[in-house]
Each structure stands twice: as C-alpha cells, then as structure tokens.
Design a protein around this ligand. Structure first.
Ligand code: DHB
Ligand code: FE
Length: 281
C-alpha cells in the first residue's frame, strides 16, 4: 500500500530560485536560510520517497484570474515549467504519475472533495522552488510528483479548516493505493508576507512562530481562524499558510518533529521549514 511517510513545509519565494541559479547559497544573506534545509535533504536521501505531493498555489502561470479553481491537481506523467517573468531559469519537466493521480482524484471526489483534474498543468515557482530546495543536488529529480494547487490568490479562498479536511481526505485517498509507495507531502508558501499595498513588507515573527507550533501540535488554533483574521496578522500573501494545513491534515493527530527551522526576513517573507513524521495511530 502507499503510505504518507512525512510532511514537510517550506517557503517558495522566486528569489530562492535566482539565488540557486547564481550559486549564492553560502553568501552571508542566504547561508542561514539554506542551511535550514540540510538535515531534511539528508533524511530524504536516506528514506528515498517515491513521490512528492506538492501543495502550492499557482501565481498566474497555469491559472490566470479568468479561471481559478479552488483545488486542482495534476493527472499527468509530466509537468512543464515556464518563464513567469521573475528571471528564474526555466527548469526541465518534472515527472508525474498519472495512474496514481487518477486514483487519488477518484478517492477524493468519492469523499466529497470535488477536485479539478488537470491532464496538462504548468508548474510555477510555488512548485519548482520547493522541489529545488529539497532535491536539486540530484542531477535528475529522484522521485515523481503530484502538483496540488490551492487558490490563495483570488477571493473567496478556502478556509484553513477546509484545507485541513482536504488533507485528511488526501491521506485516505493516498493510503488506499494498492502499490507500495513512499509518499511525502509538502505544504509550501507563507509564512507572513504582504507584497502590495500600504502594508507591503509586513512580517510578524511572533505570529509565524505561533503558526509553526499550531501546525505541529494544535491545528485547531489555525483552523479556528477566518481568512480575514489570518491576513490581518500574516499579510495578504501570508494566507498561503492555509496550504500547510493540507499537509497537516494528511498526517495523524500526533507527529514527530524531526526538524524545525525559521528564518526572517528572506526576500519579503518569514520562512519556516518543518519535517514531521507520523506517530503510528
Ligand atoms: C515572494 C513571496 C511569494 O510567496 C511569492 O509567491 C513571490 C514573492 C517574496 O517574498 O518575494
Ligand atoms: Fe507565493
């Protein structure tokens, strides 16, 4: 059977892609940020997952404002990257697993999560930067992927609680797949940031730490907040933290914290890295 063996979190800011392309990882500005990933990379290289579900938001590459699904997933054997205008080099296509995706889609829809299924899907920095952060040291990415897009761009957005419930359904869907597969799920984006308007540049370190602690041991704390309450604290783009709740919902109530790292500011955001594994329930 397939099993979700870990949940990860990471920022996905495009500047990271440019820092990698420019070989700046050990520069003073970037070093502490990138060092926060090393224990997770080591762990992933030891356990060798077969597939990563990457929960991210599309920022206008695949879905523009004229058509924005609330939850969409890739059902293809390959996903192309393309130029978004951030100056990041375009990456080679990522491998998918259409058979696995269709199984997950069917099981989600049977549980009342009415997914948008995409047989073609371009992946943007929300997906590619996390993949680079965890696996760029391999020549070719050593695992398959399932892009799972959540609308965090055009209101109304799904709530933190709805994202958590979708994660719970995702776990049931994945773990009913008959093939033996080690799956990791990555919640991307966040933490606090606002990229436009009067509060542009906002970061709230205290709130970020509370979010990290909530994701680890008390998801109800975030689930009980409305999107307006989250944006009031975390900024309009800080709402991306709802994608961490999809990841958290896909893990059991109790988790082991194998790694926890926070760094702010990086570009315009507070950045959190987590590696959580299920405590057997
Ligand atoms: C930044 C953060 C994001 O989440 C994003 O999608 C683009 C830019 C930033 O902090 O620069
Ligand atoms: Fe973003």
């Amino acid at each position: 059977m397939a099993k979700i063996i870990a949940g990860l979190t990471t920022s996905h800011i495009p500047a990271i892609g440019n820092a990698i392309a420019g070989g700046l990882e050990q520069d003073e500005y970037w070093k502490r940020f990138f060092d926060g990933y090393e224990p997770v990379k080591k762990w992933l290289d030891e356990v060798k997952p077969d597939l990563a579900i990457v929960v991210y938001n599309d920022h206008g590459l695949n879905f523009f404002l004229n058509q924005v699904p609330t939850f969409a997933m890739g059902c293809a054997d390959q996903y192309q990257n393309a130029d978004e205008g951030w100056g990041i080099p375009v990456l080679k296509p990522f491998q998918g697993d259409a058979a696995f995706s269709w199984h997950v889609a069917e099981k989600l829809i049977n549980q009342g999560v009415d997914m948008c299924t995409c047989q073609e899907m371009k992946v943007d920095h929300g997906f590619t930067v996390p993949m680079q952060l965890f696996w760029r040291h391999h020549g070719d990415y050593p695992l398959k992927t399932l892009p799972f897009a959540v609308n965090t761009v055009q209101h109304p957005l799904p709530s933190a609680r709805r994202c958590y419930e979708v994660g719970q359904a995702l776990r049931t869907a994945v773990e009913s797949y008959p093939e033996d597969m080690k799956v990791v799920i990555i919640g991307t984006g966040g933490l606090s940031h606002q990229l436009q308007g009067e509060r542009s540049g906002l970061i709230d370190v205290e709130y970020d730490i509370e979010c990290i602690n909530s994701v680890i041991e008390n998801p109800e704390w975030l689930c009980n907040q409305s999107n307006s309450e989250i944006m009031e604290k975390a900024g309009t783009e800080g709402i991306e933290v709802i994608m961490w709740m999809v990841m958290r919902g896909a893990l059991p109530e109790n988790v082991n914290v194998l790694h926890k790292h926070y760094h702010a500011p990086i570009s315009n955001t507070g950045a959190g890295v987590l590696l959580l594994t299920p405590q057997e329930d």
